[in-house]
Write a protein that binds this ligand. Structure first.
Ligand SMILES: [Zn+2]
Ligand SMILES: [Zn+2]
Length: 75
């Protein structure tokens, strides 16, 4: 089966449109990145450098979580 791949056409920029934010912005290091993740703890948008995308926790909440990690129950 062949898939027809459409050529990527450049999207014309519209001034005055509401699509000003094309790229998401990290709420921790404030740099514009390709992709951000929403922290499940505090809801901040963070980039992959500012937290754990797998666990969906930002670096701030990651520290807290580590401190509160219970180590008594061992399975
Ligand atoms: Zn960041
Ligand atoms: Zn957080």
């Amino acid at each position: 089966m062949k898939e027809v791949s459409l050529p990527i056409e450049p999207v014309p920029k519209k001034r005055g449109d509401n699509s000003a934010e094309v790229f998401p912005k990290c709420g921790i290091c404030y740099s514009v990145v390709d992709e951000t993740y929403t922290c499940k703890e505090c809801g901040v948008e963070f980039c992959k450098d500012c937290g754990n995308p797998m666990a969906l926790v930002c670096t701030n909440c990651e520290d807290e979580e580590e401190e509160e990690k219970p180590k008594k129950a061992k399975k």
